[in-house]
Design a protein around this ligand. Sequence first.
Ligand code: CU
Length: 87
Amino acid sequence: MKKVLLSLCALVTMASADQLVKLNVNGMMCPACVKNVKGTLNDVGGVKETTVYLKEGKAEVTTADGTKAEVLCDAVKKAGYGCSVAK
Ligand SMILES: [Cu+2]
């Protein structure tokens, strides 16, 4: 229990340095694509959390400060999907 509380505090403290990057992802057809895109994004350095929306064709990525949105997009493209940074 103590450990859980400590890590929660750490999350809150670190949250100020995080940024949320929104991506438009094209070509996702099924849950396997979602898994693929999610795994791809999570493998990029600095990525902390990824949420992928299949129907909307979007992804939201929480990254450490300084991670470039373009780098995330390039990774998604390499995985075989279309990607642009949502403005
Ligand atoms: Cu699929």
